[in-house]
Design a protein around this ligand. Structure first.
Ligand code: ADP
Ligand code: MG
Length: 560
């Protein structure tokens, strides 16, 4: 079910769109109507399937913004979860004027919390212990609560919150809606439901048996910010003739498409916001080979029927096991070999392990290919083409030319072959664009200098002084703090102290330099390449090496 085809309120639809959600997850599609009807409910679906929005959306729709009292209470087992859930609900409430959402949890200053509560908060997300505290101090008035949700109910019981939860539930008005969300449904939960819910509807998203296609499946552990570069390396390494790249949101599809295009790949995107005509055009380009990378959301990809997809890339770990199977099922059709590649960030590994368990399939961990790997593979591929050519004969006219050249220039045939190889490989890949190439899976490092990319250069008749002036003038950062400036024909790299980077980036949005609209962003975000659109080999040439990178790398080593 698509969000824009439901009759949720406009502010919610707008928020959901901004969050990049396109289609409801199965638990959302099943739970939201039930909750909107005001019924008690038990919702069961595995982790990562969007349970927060499944209760958050209808909860918000039932909140009266004009009434400042607490109307909805959500209990979560831990502080982290309370914060996460509050954040998600806040995003969903972004366009609902007058609705306040507040997480309360242990460890946070009590007086500060009390002050925040005084302003009138309709939606509270709290841990049971802290909610009890406030209840006893009467800083939370339970009498106005219309809706209570126990999120991760199984976890809360495992953690021994049963008594607290019961104490809280007993304080609530009889006339209320009680929701219980959980990944599992053990007996104690059903007992709790039996005592504190009325005619609860049980909504379970049970999984179908799925057959996983027999293709090689790999995953890579990466950091979020390195994803574009890792994908680029995998594309260079495997060099698939046709590949599908899956993202979880429309927004990510758009972002990734422009990133890939900047890197010189022939890529386009497909998602639900496109008109039928645009979709048809993209699909036609993909079928005919005008583009060889199609970036899509799960929903948009559903209609796709292209047979010779050589590889599937999961840029995001799919929301749902079933999606995983659908995604990778796009390759290896009609007896062809196919591979699938999944990028995994941090805790997503648990999700992937779930997928493996549930789909009874093995996904192999692979290291992210290094630049050397890529160059080697490129050379190997060329060599095997060379072998084919030699086997095919008919090189006579060529050998004559080479002989002639060797005689004239006194080079050896080995040198000649090496030079030709270099020519046909184009520029070798370099490490320039990986943010801390050495440091792919480590924690965040503190950034001393930030390198910014500005999309204007010498050709725009702009001088370094103009850029310094604009940065100092707009952001208030003293001009002398601007570090090295490297100006190229069409763009410029500027260094600023790391702690000013965000301010500068913000201040420089929508700024003109010498009458030109400029765009500024972190240089290493996208791994800029020159010659957008054309490409040598698979990928355009890197013209720019990150200076001082090795120095920073060493520093980080020393810090560890
Ligand atoms: P659960 O509580 O079931 O473990 P969450 O509510 O934490 O799952 O959701 C997991 C992730 O999925 C979150 O990042 C959330 O923003 C995202 N998400 C939720 N619903 C959708 C949707 N309909 N489309 C895309 N992403 C979604
Ligand atoms: Mg959850």
């Amino acid at each position: 079910m698509r969000f824009d085809e439901t009759n949720l309120t406009a502010p919610i639809l707008r928020a959901v769109a901004e969050m990049g959600f396109e289609e409801m997850t199965p638990i959302q599609a099943a739970a939201i109507p039930v909750v909107l009807e005001g019924k008690d409910m038990i919702g069961q679906a595995q982790t990562g399937t969007g349970k927060t929005a499944a209760f958050g959306i209808p909860l918000l729709q039932r909140v009266d913004p004009k009434d400042r009292s607490m109307q909805a209470l959500v209990l979560c087992p831990t502080r982290e979860l309370a914060i996460q859930v509050a954040e998600e609900i806040r995003k969903l409430a972004k366009f609902m004027h007058g609705v306040k959402v507040l997480p309360i949890y242990g460890g946070q200053d009590m007086n500060k919390q009390i002050r925040s509560l005084k302003g009138g908060v309709q939606v509270i997300i709290g841990t049971p212990g802290r909610v009890m505290d406030h209840m006893r101090r009467h800083t939370l008035k339970m009498g106005t609560v219309k809706m209570i949700t126990l999120d991760e109910a199984d976890e809360m019981l495992n953690m021994g919150f049963r008594e607290d939860i019961e104490t809280i539930l007993k304080e609530l008005p009889e006339e209320r809606q009680t929701l219980l969300f959980s990944a599992t449904m053990p007996q104690p939960i059903l007992d709790l439901a039996g005592t504190y819910q009325k005619d609860a509807e049980i909504v379970r998203v049970v999984k179908k048996e799925l057959t996983v296609p027999k293709i090689e499946q790999y995953y890579y552990e990466v950091r979020q910010k390195n994803k574009p570069e890792v994908l680029a390396r995998l594309l260079d390494m495997y060099d698939p003739k046709r590949a599908l790249v899956f993202c979880n949101t429309k927004k990510m599809v758009d972002e990734l498409v422009s990133d890939l295009q900047l890197r010189g790949y022939f890529a386009d995107g497909l998602h639900g916001d496109l008109k039928q005509q645009q979709r048809d055009r993209v699909m036609e380009a993909f079928r005919s080979g005008k583009i060889d990378l199609l970036v899509a959301t799960d929903v948009a990809a559903r209609g796709i029927d292209v047979d010779d997809v050589e590889a599937v890339f999961n840029y995001d770990v799919p929301q749902d096991d079933e999606y995983y199977v659908h995604r990778i099922g796009r390759t290896g059709r009609a007896g062809r070999v196919g591979t699938s590649h999944t990028l995994v960030v941090g805790k997503e590994i648990y999700k992937l392990k779930d997928i493996m368990r549930y789909c009874k399939t093995k996904i192999h961990l692979r290291p992210v290919p290094s630049v050397n790997d890529i160059n080697e593979i490129r050379a190997e591929k060329l060599m095997s083409k060379v072998d084919e050519l030699i086997a095919g004969g008919e090189l006579r006219s060529m050998t004559e030319l080479i002989e002639k050249h060797i005689e004239e220039t006194d080079c050896t045939s080995l040198e000649m072959a090496a030079a030709l190889l270099k020519l046909s490989m184009g520029e070798p890949a370099t490490d320039a664009s990986m943010e801390n190439g050495l440091d792919m899976n480590e924690g965040e490092g503190k950034e001393e200098r930030a390198r910014l990319f500005v999309n204007v250069g010498k050709r725009d008749k702009i001088r370094p002084g103009d850029i310094v002036g604009a940065i100092a003038g707009e952001s208030g950062m003293p001009g002398q703090l601007v570090g090295s400036i490297q100006m190229y024909d069409n763009y410029t790299f500027v260094e600023v102290p790391g702690e000013y980077a965000e301010d500068v980036l913000e201040a420089m949005q929508n700024v003109k330099i010498r009458g030109r609209n400029i765009q500024i962003e972190r240089a290493n975000h996208g791994g800029r390449t020159e010659g957008k659109g054309k490409r040598t080999g698979k990928r355009t040439t890197k013209t720019e090496k990150k200076s001082g990178k090795s120095g920073r790398g060493r520093k980080k080593e020393a810090e560890r």
